[in-house]
Write a protein that binds this ligand. Structure first.
Ligand code: 9UX
Length: 70
């Protein structure tokens, strides 16, 4: 089933950054994401089989910082 994970995303300074992060996450099977520039957060819907750490890695590969909130 699908689960929702929130990530903190750092390094975004414009709306194009937001789209880059959303598109990068959407390349993972079954993943959709909404990124909020103002809060620096991503809300990610993903299959339970996709580990949150994989989401963090994808965002980092897009050139931004990511972490699971404390
Ligand atoms: Mo605009 Mo966001 O150049 O990196 S895409 S700041």
């Amino acid at each position: 089933g699908l689960v929702v994970t929130d990530l903190t995303v750092g390094g975004m300074t414009c709306a194009a950054c937001v789209r880059r992060v959303e598109k990068k996450l959407a390349k993972l099977d079954g993943v959709t994401a909404t990124v909020n520039l103002a809060t620096g957060m991503a809300r990610v819907s993903h299959p339970a089989g996709v580990a949150p750490e994989e989401l963090v890695t994808a965002v980092e590969q897009a050139g931004y910082q990511a972490a699971l909130p404390a």
